[in-house]
Design a protein around this ligand. Structure first.
Ligand SMILES: [Ca+2]
Ligand SMILES: [Ca+2]
Length: 416
């Protein structure tokens, strides 16, 4: 009890630690300032906030709402700051922290919006390109189809009365059509709308008819193409086994019981080939032999390929010299002098290739005195290419020329 009495008599409370008394004493209120009361305005504090009035209400306001003080506090931080200043400093710090957080949120929102917009723009650009490519593809397809119709009109062309092989027309289209009448390869190109249609007309009689070719004919083609002669016998025996009836294989051949065919799950056809590509099914006949060594393929002896000299459209082994390539002419049993004469005569009087006077007449061909040659050209190959903005569409056809109509025999879309 004695201790409690002593403690009550001597309360050690410094004046500076009494916020109520200090605030009540320190703010000097001007004489002209009316006392606080009803209808009176609160004094403006140093920080400019009206709530800084110097009584206990300040602490309540500071704890709930941080005033926006634009001024700089007279004393900052440390144990020497008054509670009002501490409150103001804390309020300013929290206010800055809130502003920083808001700025970060705004920046993130901007980044996300920018990413969404850029993604949307990229997808739109991609779709626009796809639609543009599809539109070009459609136009190119239609141009290729239009080219086939143009070719059919050229194939049905009948020259005017009195016109002969050397007649030159003003219209390039008619000049190319006149070439077809003589069995001379024709090339025609025409702009149409946004694109171009290109026609190439050739004749299967300018190639070797597979079904009538002898082993010597094949060997001539193999030699020119660069096929190693060690493979010739195997290639020819396998070809014969593929086409002949029965399952007895030749010395270097292969029938259905050969592991090559068993592994692939099909048998020998035992019938003549119907297309040039069918040769790829025969043992030993690789794409390199038919279509040549591809660019970038490493080999000591590149092969040129023989597919361009072959055909399965025809009736006999005769060849039209107007459309035969040098390789085909070399595969025939004729002298080099005859070959040189053909190459010179088919250029026409102007001596230039690709002009209106190209081609040998039927009389010119007969003058060669070679039974292997013919002026017939009933099987016509047509390639039509439509091009729009770099997009190509190709159609390849085989037509048979009749007396009154042009009959389509083969149709292929896409590059070959
Ligand atoms: Ca056979
Ligand atoms: Ca010429």
């Amino acid at each position: 009890m004695k201790f409690e009495t002593k403690h009550r008599k001597n309360p050690p409370r410094p004046a500076a630690t009494l916020p109520v008394e200090g605030i009540r004493e320190n703010p000097p209120r001007p004489a002209s300032t009316p006392p606080m009361g009803m209808g009176e305005e609160k004094p403006t504090p140093a920080c400019g906030h009206p709530s800084d009035g110097g009584d206990t209400k300040i602490y309540q306001l500071c704890s709930k709402e941080i005033p926006s003080c634009g001024g700089v506090p007279e004393r900052r931080g440390g144990s020497n700051s008054t509670p009002a200043e501490e409150c103001r400093n804390v309020g300013e710090g929290q206010n800055i922290s809130k502003r920083g957080a808001a700025l970060i949120v705004v920046m993130w929102v901007l980044v996300i919006v920018a990413m969404i917009v850029s993604t949307f723009a990229f997808e739109m650009q991609l779709e626009a390109r796809i639609i543009s490519a599809q539109r070009k593809r459609f136009k190119a397809d239609q141009l290729a189809l239009a080219g086939i119709e143009m070719a059919k009109a050229m194939l049905a062309f009948k020259p005017e009365a009195g016109a002969d092989k050397d007649t030159v027309y003003e219209d390039p289209y008619l000049n190319e059509a006149a070439k077809i009448v003589d069995g001379v390869p024709a090339n025609y190109s025409e702009d149409s709308g946004d694109g171009t249609v290109t026609l190439r007309v050739n004749y299967e009689k300018g190639r070797r008819y597979i079904r009538t070719m002898t082993h010597d004919d094949w060997k001539m083609l193999f030699e020119q193409a660069g096929v190693p002669n060690t493979r010739w016998d195997s290639l020819l025996d396998c070809l014969d086994d593929w086409q002949d009836e029965g399952d007895l294989h030749l010395l270097n051949g292969a029938e259905s019981d050969d592991p090559f065919y068993r592994k692939r799950g099909y048998e020998c056809k035992n019938a003549p080939v119907d297309t040039v590509d069918e040769l790829l099914l025969i043992k030993g006949w690789t794409p390199e032999i038919l279509y040549g060594t591809q660019p970038g393929e490493e080999t000591d002896r590149p092969i040129a390929g023989i597919a361009r000299q072959l055909t399965t459209w025809g009736d006999d082994n005769k060849v039209n010299p107007n459309s035969a390539s040098r390789e085909v002419l070399n595969s025939l049993n004729i002298s080099d002098g005859v070959i040189d004469a053909i190459l010179e005569m088919r250029l026409g009087p102007d001596g230039k290739e690709g002009t209106a006077d190209d081609g040998m007449s039927e009389a010119d061909i007969a003058s060669l005195g070679q039974e292997i040659f013919t002026a017939a050209h009933e099987y016509v190959s047509v390639t039509s290419v439509g091009t729009v903005g770099g997009v190509e569409s190709q159609i390849s056809c085989i037509f048979k020329l009749g007396d009154k109509e042009v009959v389509p025999l083969f149709w292929s879309e896409g590059k070959q």
